[in-house]
Design a binder for this molecule. Structure first.
Ligand code: C5P
Length: 230
């Protein structure tokens, strides 16, 4: 089996409100993107990482990653799904397993990557890391510029979709093509497969594999990365 990571890193990170996209902010001596790629390449079975960056990205070429022979760079697109699709275009083995992982999730643990791989290779159509919801969930509605509670959403069996999300390259490419052509809302890879009628597995992962999004997430990521890097 061949295992290839696809890392969408073409976002602008507007919610971080920093001077550069969040994947290029430094934590513990390295950019978030470098931490993320290091986590993936820490597994010997992952032999290649395809990174989708913005066409006018001035930062990537400055990294030592840029000259790593295991890394392929492609231009991403307007939406995350477009960036993932561009990454898949660099993979010609439809049978390869792809692990799509957000550039902005540098704290993913080796044990979770291993659990995901084991579950996916034994599944019908792939698997994703996910974390059970802890809090009580509310559906809101807007009324006079305020959010009111509409109702409480049943919490049983409700999960946060994390990454990596792992599928056969050909099946993911085909599902994304169908879903995008029919205008489906695709916020992760699994949603494309769901749209096509597949039922990927949920693999319980750690909640510290969070997506660095807001300014206050940086200190938390630094804390977890210190634990990981030793
Ligand atoms: O914006 P969000 O945090 O959901 O992005 C998740 C990941 O997708 C980030 O790593 C971001 O760089 C990437 N992305 C992308 N292309 C886009 C938008 C987001 O590669 N057009």
């Amino acid at each position: 089996e061949e295992f290839i990571a696809v890392v969408p890193a073409a976002g602008i990170g507007s919610r971080m409100a920093a001077d550069r996209p969040k994947q290029y902010l430094h934590i513990e001596g390295k950019t978030i993107l470098e931490h993320t790629v290091d986590r993936l390449l820490d597994l010997p079975e992952i032999t290649r990482v395809v990174i989708a960056i913005s066409a006018d990205d001035p930062y990537f070429s400055q990294l030592t990653l840029a000259t790593d022979p295991r890394i392929t760079v492609v231009n991403g697109g307007a939406e995350r799904a477009d960036s993932v699709f561009a990454g898949l275009a660099a993979i010609n083995n439809d049978n390869a397993w792809v692990l799509v992982h957000d550039a902005a999730r540098p704290c993913v643990r080796r044990a979770d990557l291993r659990a995901l791989i084991t579950s996916a290779v034994n599944s019908d159509c792939g698997a994703i890391l996910a974390a059970p919801v802890r809090d009580t969930m509310k559906r809101g509605h807007q009324q006079s510029a305020q959010a009111h509670i509409s109702h409480t959403v049943e919490r049983d069996n409700l999960w946060h979709a994390l990454t990596p999300q792992m599928f056969r390259a050909g099946q993911l490419r085909q599902s994304l093509t169908t879903a995008l052509a029919q205008g489906a809302t695709i916020t992760d890879e699994a949603s494309a497969l769901e749209f096509c009628g597949y039922t990927p597995l949920l693999v319980a992962g750690r909640s510290d594999n969070f997506k660095v999004t807001q300014p206050e997430d940086l200190a938390l990521a630094a804390f977890y990365l210190q634990l990981l890097i030793k």
